[in-house]
Ligand binder design. Structure first.
Ligand SMILES: *[C@@H]1O[C@H](CO)[C@@H](O)[C@H](O)[C@H]1NC(C)=O
Ligand SMILES: *[C@@H]1O[C@H](CO)[C@@H](O)[C@H](O)[C@H]1NC(C)=O
Ligand SMILES: *[C@@H]1O[C@H](CO)[C@@H](O)[C@H](O)[C@H]1NC(C)=O
Ligand SMILES: *[C@@H]1O[C@H](CO)[C@@H](O)[C@H](O)[C@H]1NC(C)=O
Ligand SMILES: *[C@@H]1O[C@H](CO)[C@@H](O)[C@H](O)[C@H]1NC(C)=O
Ligand SMILES: *[C@@H]1O[C@H](CO)[C@@H](O)[C@H](O)[C@H]1NC(C)=O
Ligand SMILES: *[C@@H]1O[C@H](CO)[C@@H](O)[C@H](O)[C@H]1NC(C)=O
Length: 568
């Protein structure tokens, strides 16, 4: 009896230990990116596009170095993608019909590329799992932006178009000294005349890659330097919000990052989180700055309702300062804080004491943290149980949630060209950060409709592992965003109410109320194409997350689309 008990205990213990060993966060390095992954966007459940500048990358196309690549998550290999114009420091996002558009870029330093500053690069929905016949379309003569834009941001808005915000006209080494103080749309509005922005003018000179977000009422939150506004696209008005406290600046070259926190039914109250950056005075010239200047550890959060704005920013500290952190929404509603350095600045070769070949930043942070939005102030940030990598991810690195539910991390090149054999040389190693659920049996969704209308219930089949009680069911509708310069343009998480059938095989889910809560996505011919790219549904049951299922939200028509669903 005694022996039997101990044996049972031992078996339980062994099972528990095995469970504990398997179910941990871990980093896995697998494959190399072929080109420097300076921008990243998932364009299908298996494929991401990486962009670099036209430079001296090892991956070859047409007998010359490539500056675009398709990353295959199933084989962990990169294939060269033909790009015409220079995509250096561009941005991008998806339209309402599922097409991905990359915008802006730079004047090339090698002759293989054309001037990319007015670049519009169109990638239609790609059905083939390995990307056969999936190409980037460019016609610089007839299809281009209205302004030359290097370092712009972009955002999908309520009518499914992209808003392209700010940037700089010419190559300058650090601050925005030749600003594009306006924004435009793709497809164009206002007869193609860009709209001037007083906000962009006020927030100079550290306002590149403005952090911009679509709020659930259709207005746009804009953060640049230490300033914040709400811009109303329909009325063309600005409302000024409180500055980020304590002189902290968060846009390039003083990059912090920012994200909208998950939006939840029934009210979808928007809150924004801004972390890292620098409290350095933006009037100091770069030659007087040091790679050893401490970055900011501050996270600031504000609720974007009249009462919330009156209350202002709520401040807490990360476990370490970070310049160029990435903030990634996770399907369970937490925010991953990853990458960046503890000292210095973004850009390269501009401070008085660059590290390695040209890094303006130093002391990379090797351990990610998790931010838990609903935890009490001061207890929201933790790195307990998080693994540590030994790969620095400084300037020109990327991170993205993958359609599988884990995190892809690539890039880092605080240098002008591809440079090897020096501290903070060009980083080609691709890494995944795996949440504990990647090594557990996970929920599986089936018969997810390819297209979902707004404010409409739909039913999916689910298979839930036996050992999960299913006491906490979360269904997340997500845009994984376009990662460039420590910011994920258009990244979004909207939770949907869901009810599980008593026999645990079906979920009845209610889609978001309208196209302002979730700006509408991919093509109505998705059933023909089979695959689309823009929105993913993730199911998290008792903390265990499924792989994402691709859907198109809305009518799938090309932008601009009409309002759909019901008002909030
Ligand atoms: C840098 O390293 C990569 C990966 O090891 C290699 O393919 C490439 O040729 C090297 N480039 C230069 C400029 O040395
Ligand atoms: C790396 O990826 C390949 C292709 O998916 C896979 O076969 C291999 O097991 C992976 N290696 C590691 C260490 O995960
Ligand atoms: C790719 O294009 C070729 C030539 O047009 C065609 O024969 C082939 O079926 C296409 N493959 C896919 C996967 O679309
Ligand atoms: C924001 O920056 C401006 C310009 O440097 C400065 O005057 C202002 O005091 C800052 N705001 C806060 C709240 O620190
Ligand atoms: C940085 O690398 C480039 C390209 O290899 C080289 O020309 C330059 O001299 C290097 N600069 C320093 C400071 O090492
Ligand atoms: C489970 O319940 C749903 C909803 O009541 C029902 O439609 C479905 O047929 C049931 N499935 C099985 C396998 O019993
Ligand atoms: C989506 O809309 C854009 C802009 O009108 C257009 O360029 C693209 O071809 C469309 N794609 C599809 C699949 O309809």
């Amino acid at each position: 009896m005694k022996l039997a008990c101990s044996l049972a205990f031992l078996v339980t213990l062994v099972t528990l230990v095995r469970y504990a060993i398997a179910a941990e966060w871990n980093f896995v390095q697998n494959g190399t990116s072929g080109i420097l992954a300076l921008e990243a966007v998932f364009v299908s459940p298996t494929l991401a596009i990486f962009f670099d500048r036209a430079s001296n990358d090892p991956l070859v196309i047409n007998d010359a170095p490539a500056w675009g690549a398709l990353w295959n998550m199933e084989t962990n290999t990169a294939t060269a993608l033909s790009v015409i114009s220079d995509s250096f420091c561009a941005s991008g996002g998806f339209l309402s019909n599922g097409t991905m558009v990359s915008v802006g870029g730079n004047i090339p330093i090698v002759s293989a590329a054309t001037d990319g500053r007015m670049g519009i690069r169109v990638f239609e929905p790609c059905a083939d799992p390995i990307g056969l016949n999936c190409t980037l379309f460019e016609d610089p003569e007839t299809l281009h932006l209205e302004e030359t834009r290097w370092y712009p941001s972009s955002l999908r808005i309520f009518d499914g178009s992209l808003m392209v915000v700010g940037g700089i006209h010419e190559d300058t080494p650090f601050y925005n000294t030749d600003p594009v103080n306006n924004f435009e749309f793709f497809p164009s509005k206002d007869g193609g005349v860009p709209r001037p922005s007083a906000f962009l003018e006020r927030s100079l000179p550290a306002n590149l890659f403005p952090r911009v977000f679509a709020l659930p009422d259709g207005t746009v939150l804009m953060i640049a330097n230490n300033q914040t506004i709400i811009y109303d696209i329909e009325k063309n008005t600005e409302t000024m919000l409180p500055d980020i406290p304590n002189g902290v600046r968060v846009t390039n070259p003083l990059d912090g990052s920012a994200t909208l926190l998950p939006l939840s039914p029934p009210d979808f109250i928007p809150e924004v989180l801004v972390c890292g950056g620098s409290s350095t005075n933006d009037q100091i010239q770069p030659k007087d700055l040091s790679s050893q200047d401490p970055a900011s550890a501050q996270c600031s959060r504000m609720t974007l309702t009249p009462e919330g704005i009156k209350k202002g920013w709520e401040v807490e500290e990360m476990l370490e300062p970070r310049i160029m952190p990435e903030l990634l929404l996770l399907p369970n509603g937490q925010v991953l804080i990853i990458n960046g350095g503890q000292t210095g600045y973004a850009a390269f070769g501009s401070v008085k004491d660059p590290v390695g070949n040209a890094s303006n930043a130093d002391h990379p942070v090797f351990t990610p943290s998790l931010y838990t939005p609903e935890a009490p102030l001061g207890k929201r940030i933790s790195n307990e149980g998080m693994p540590t990598t030994d790969i620095a991810r400084l300037y020109h690195s990327v991170a993205s949630l993958t359609p599988q539910g884990n995190i892809l991390i690539a890039g880092s090149n605080p240098n002008r060209l591809v440079v090897n054999g020096t501290k903070f040389g060009t980083e080609f190693r691709v890494e995944y950060l795996n949440p504990p659920f990647m090594s557990l049996e996970r929920p599986v969704m089936a018969n997810v409709p390819a297209k979902i209308a707004f404010n409409t219930p739909f039913i999916i089949d689910v298979s839930i592992p036996r050992d999960l009680e299913a006491s906490n069911i979360q269904v997340a509708l997500m845009d994984l965003g376009f990662s460039s310069h420590a910011f994920h343009s258009s990244s979004r998480l909207v939770f949907m109410t869901a009810e599980l059938s008593p026999n645990r095989t079906q979920l009845t889910i209610l889609s978001p109320p309208n196209n302002r809560v979730y700006p509408p996505g991919p093509a109505y011919d998705i059933l023909i194409d089979g695959v689309n790219a823009k929105a993913y549904i993730f199911l998290t049951i008792d903390g265990v997350t499924s792989a994402g299922a691709p859907v198109i939200v809305g009518n799938g028509l090309p932008p601009p689309v009409a309002d759909q669903g019901v008002p909030l």
